[in-house]
Every structure is written in C-alpha cells, then in structure tokens.
Design a binder for this molecule. Structure first.
Ligand SMILES: Cc1ncc(C[n+]2csc(CCOP(=O)(O)OP(=O)(O)O)c2C)c(N)n1
Length: 622
C-alpha cells in the first residue's frame, strides 16, 4: 500500500521510520510532477522542498509550531501532507486549492503568501507574541536564497538578531531565484558551497603552522582560535552570526536523516537560529533539474492557445531593444524577473545598460531615480502587483522631484491562476493620486509601441500598464514607424448618440465587440479609447458626455479610485450631471484564482457583460 493511498495529516507521519519518510517523499514528488504538469504551477521550487516539508512536519507539531513558507510557491508537499491531497488536482483552479499557502484553506498555513521575503518578519511577530503568551512553541520560516536578498528579509534579520527571540530560519539555498540568483549575498553563499576558497586558505594556513619550528601551548591555542575565527570568516556563518543568529550548515536538504537530526537538535535551542540547507531546484524531474527557470512556473496542459500573436511582454522587450539601438541613454531595470518582464533580449544585447537588482522592488525604483538624475532614461520593467511594494519610492524618490523614470507595468489587471496575491488590480488606483505622473494603458500592441515612444519623449514620471497575454494580431508596428501620441489625447473610435462607452486599456477591445452587438440591435453607441488615465482627455470626454446621457466606464482595475472614478471626478468638477452612469471594473473584493476568462466573467468584463449593462441603461431610458 502506498502512503498516499489515503489523505495524510501531519500526525500520520510522526510514527514513520526514516526509510518510510524516504518512500513517502518519493510518492509526494511523483504526485507533484503528474499533477502540476496538468494543472500548471510552480514545479521546480516545490520539487526542491519535498524532503524539507516532510522533515519539518515530522519533527515539529504544526499548527502549534508555526511553519511559514516564504512566497509559498515551494509548499506543494506541505499541502499534500496537511490534509489536502485529495484536492491537490484542483490546484490553482477556480474554487480549487491555492498555489500558495492560504489561511482560509488550512490551519497549517500560518499566513497567506505569494509575495516574497515576508516570512522572517511574520515569523518574528509570531515569536514575539508567543513570548508574551508564554507559549513555548516554535516558529520556523523557510526562505529561499533569492527571497533572502530582499531588503525586507534583512530588516527582519536585523530585528530578530537584536530581539534574541526564539526563531528558526531555514535558508533553502538552490542558487536560483527564478533565473540564476544575483547579487553579493548570492556569490557569498555559493563561494562557501564550492568550498574551494575556504579549502585553499585553510591548506595554506595549515602549512604555515607546520613550518613553525616548535609550537608551544600558547601558540597552539592561538592557532586553534585563529582557525576557528578564520573559518567563521569565510563561511556564511559570518554574516548571520554577526546578526546574532546561531548558524548551522550547510547541510544537504534532500537527506532526510540529516534534516531530521539537525531539526531535532536545534528545536529546543534558545535565540534566533539560521539553518542553511542546500537543495536542487527541480529535484527528481530531469527536465526541471536541467532547466529550472523554464520549470519555475509551468502553464496548465489544458491551456488552449487562443493565438500565437506576440504577448504585450514580448512587444515591450522587443521595442525597448529597438529604442536602445537609437538612444544610448535607455536603461532597463528588473527586480529578479528578466524573463517574465521580457528583458532577456535587452540583457544579452545591452548588458551594460541592463540591471537585475534581485528581489528588491523598492531599491529598483530608487536606483532608477539615481540613473535618471545622471541623465539616463530608466525603464523599470515590473509586474503591477510587485510595484505595490515600492509605493513610497514611487512617490518620494521619483514623482516628488519629477524624475523621468518609466514604469513598464506588466500583468496589469487580472492575471489568472496565481490568484489574489498576483492580480494587478490596484495600480490605476494607487498611482492616480500621485502628482507629476502620467498614466497610460494601451488597447493594442501597436498602441503599446506608441506609448513607449511617447514615454521616451517626455521628461517626467510615466507609468504604462499592460495586461498579461497576447496582443490582437500577428505583428506590431516597429519603433521607427510608430508616432508618439501627441498631444496627450484619447481616441474616439465610434461617434453615436445612444450610449457612450469610455474604456481603458485591455477593455477597449471587448467594448468594441459590445458596440457591434449594440449596433446589431439597432442602437448607436459612442466609444472612446481613453488611452490616458492621467491626465484624462477632458475635452473629448466632456464634450461627448454633455450630449449623451447613458454612460459606461470600463477598466480592468479596482473600481475604487480607478479610471471610472477619475471620470466621475471630472464630471463632478465640470458639472456634468448624467445619472445614467455605470462604472464597470473589479468590485471591492480580492479577486480569486481561475483562468483569466473565468475571472473576467465574474465581473462582466467581456463583450456580453458590457452589452448587458448597456441594455440596462438603454432600457431604463425608454
Ligand atoms: C515581492 C516579489 N517579487 C517578485 C516575486 C516573483 N518571484 C516568485 S518566486 C521568485 C524567486 C524566489 O527565489 P527563491 O526564494 O530562491 O526560491 P526558489 O524558487 O529558488 O525556491 C520570484 C522573484 C514575488 N513573488 N514577490
């Protein structure tokens, strides 16, 4: 009988032998591979953390002991062991289980996650609370070497070292972020792993000792002490010990016997502990081991390719390269996502003007302000959801002084299966109130090229937000042929009398289709592609709205504070008093997971939904 023939809970595995745990890990790995190749998901990271999850649940008592998975994309084995095996096939689907730990799903998910580098802060908070409650339970944070590079992790390490609270931090070191990990910390960790540097220095030191004619007691003790401090000096222990952590490792994170031993040993120690574990990303599935970046996130096997048209990401990356050929001031910045944001071509063509700063969105933004101050034109390529982390830097370091930094915001709107932590649902709302910024959203691939050119020609902060997924045709306009949009104006696509639809970005195309449907029903709609969220083309919007009483605004963004709100603010200011206005967009809730289509349907963000709302207004009018 297989262990996974029945649903497991953590208590089921406590009585197993180490050999049994090995077999269980093998079964879990098989289940992860076969399921994720169907459902899609974070395959390589989860395969690397199977033994870690098994050992943690074997040694600790979740949920009394809190196990916190940083980002949470590596926690599939944890899900399988904590009573979710029978739902595992619903991973990342509408109404299925989440791809990340989620508190509503299990008491074993200590906190809901998806964005990186939060685990040590959350864990330290829990540990401080346990201290106040005299609760002796453990708090364990599992964090990857990529996530460890973020400022937030260092802020937490700094606080943890000072507070001396009981906290176990497990550094899951596979030398990879999504792409190979970058930065000084990463080189420091891998230098130790190769061990060459240390081995060579140690050999030299030993030979030096041997060359001494006679080693007296004192010299010997001194030599021993020196070797100890020397060892600390060249190991990652140096860094963590300096922050008051007791450092253990590195140990092989796929050897269950080692993991179980060391976890049992450190379990009852006082103060902050750092256990350094080395793992292989993609472990046990050859294609993922060989290409962990490609298997970091895999698409569902059922994904129907709607078309092979270039994605907005691709159009951005390719246009930026064309731009950089002509303008040597163009620079590109990514926070550990060169692939996802479409910058690989730029990286290889213009390596000196390309900056991967690690998972450090705040730093990426202020670093770009620095580039701009020195006369460069930085394009910060970033997912909408991750720019949230750098809000203060956008306001304080870029917009306050009006620096020419361009935010190329990918994944604006609903992203799909990654769910609530990853939708770009808020950017229009959070950027709109900031003075000096121009906000654009293209309705097509060609428009994106024009907007990039427009942004290049400006001299102030700009955000261009575009959706995940494909554009609407096979090719896109080349940078040379594209004309900057000047003056900043909207596009009147249809000039009818019965209803005015004002759409932005990804919602322009569905609105076009809805207009056709309305025309087929005998109505005469107007349609504006607003292009700019800030500043609005007040002249066009107001002149149209003054003559048409039925109005719909539509956006793939939160309704609160978004594009529709901007239009209503404009109407209030100008005294335009139409009562028949419907704002369409994302309601006041966190959007769940599912395919983008399923999720857009929930909010009527499709041609049929727009038609339905339009008919509501038109029928009331009669
Ligand atoms: C704030 C934030 N920025 C970017 C990401 C995208 N992201 C998800 S996982 C990941 C790499 C994490 O690397 P590591 O912690 O080493 O884990 P591994 O996948 O190697 O196991 C990145 C950049 C994120 N989730 N959160």
């Amino acid at each position: 009988m297989r262990f996974l023939d029945r649903t497991l809970t953590p208590s089921d595995i406590k009585s197993l032998s180490i050999d049994d745990l090995e077999v269980l890990s093998h079964e879990i790995r098989e289940m992860i591979i076969s399921t994720v190749l169907k459902t899609g998901g974070h395959l390589a990271s989860s395969l690397g953390a199977v033994e870690l999850a098994v050992a943690l649940h074997y040694v600790f008592d979740s949920p009394a002991d809190r196990i916190i998975w940083d980002v949470g994309h590596q926690a599939y084995a944890h899900k399988i062991i904590t009573g979710r095996m029978d739902k595992f096939h619903t991973l990342r689907q509408l109404n299925g289980i989440s791809g990340f730990p989620h508190v509503s799903e299990s008491v074993h998910d200590a906190i809901t996650v998806g964005h990186s580098s939060t685990s040590i802060s959350a864990g330290l908070g829990m540990s401080a609370a346990k201290c106040l409650k005299n609760d002796p339970a453990n708090v364990i944070c599992v964090i990857g070497d990529g996530s460890m590079t973020a400022g937030m992790s260092f802020e937490a390490l700094n606080h943890a070292g000072d507070s001396k609270k009981r906290l176990i931090v497990i550094l899951n070191d596979n030398e990879m972020s999504i792409s190979p990990n970058v930065g000084a910390l990463s080189s420091f960790l891998s230098r130790k792993l190769s061990g060459k540097y240390f081995q060579e220095l140690r050999k030299e030191f030993g030979e030096f000792l041997k060359s001494l004619p006679k080693i007296g007691d004192d010299i010997y003790k001194f030599a021993k002490r020196s070797e100890e401090s020397f060892k600390t000096f060249v190991t990652p222990g140096m860094l963590f010990e300096a922050l008051n952590f007791d450092y253990f490792g590195p140990i092989n994170g796929h050897k269950l016997s080692h993991l179980v031993n060391i976890l049992n040993n450190i379990k009852n120690l006082e103060g902050p502990i750092l256990l350094h574990v080395t793992t292989k990303k993609g472990k046990g599935y050859r294609p993922a081991e060989e290409n962990p970046t490609a298997f970091h996130g895999v698409a569902p096997s059922t994904t129907e390719k709607t078309n092979n048209f270039p994605t907005y990401t691709k159009i951005f990356g390719s246009t930026l390269c064309q731009m950089a050929e002509n303008n040597e001031k163009i620079t590109a910045i990514t926070a550990a996502m060169p692939d996802g944001t479409g910058l690989l071509e730029f990286q290889s063509k213009f390596p000196k003007r390309f900056f991967d700063v690690g998972i450090a969105e705040q730093h990426a933004v202020t670093f770009s302000a620095g580039l701009s101050i020195e006369g460069f034109t930085p394009f910060v390529a970033i997912y909408s959801t991750f720019l949230q982390r750098a809000y203060d830097q956008v306001i304080h370091d870029v917009c306050l002084d009006g620096h020419h930094v361009i935010f190329a915001m990918d994944r604006g709107g609903i992203v799909g299966e990654d769910g609530p932590t990853h939708h770009g649902a808020f950017d229009l709302s959070y950027l709109r109130p900031i003075p000096n910024i121009t906000i654009m959203a293209p309705s097509s691939g060609d428009e994106l090229v024009r907007m990039l050119k427009t942004a290049e020609s400006m001299d102030s902060p700009v955000a261009i937000r575009y959706p995940r997924g494909n554009s609407e045709k096979e090719d896109f306009i080349s940078y040379d042929k594209a004309e900057a949009i000047s003056p900043l104006n909207a596009d009147l696509l249809k000039n009818g009398e019965d209803i005015l639809i004002i759409a932005i970005g990804s919602m322009v195309n569905p609105a076009k289709k809805a207009c056709q449907m309305l025309e087929e029903k005998g109505f005469s709609p107007s349609l504006i592609d607003a292009r700019f969220v800030k500043p609005l083309d007040e002249k066009m919007i107001c002149s149209m709205a003054e003559n048409i009483s039925n109005i719909i605004t539509i956006e793939e963004n939160a309704l609160i504070g978004g594009f529709g709100s901007a239009v209503l603010e404009l109407f209030a200011e100008k005294g335009i008093g139409s009562k028949n206005i419907i704002r369409m967009g994302i309601k006041d809730e966190f959007v769940t997971q599912g395919t983008p289509e399923e999720l857009k349907n929930l909010f009527d963000l499709n041609p049929e939904g727009i038609l339905k709302n339009a008919l509501k207004l038109l029928n009331n009018d009669k």
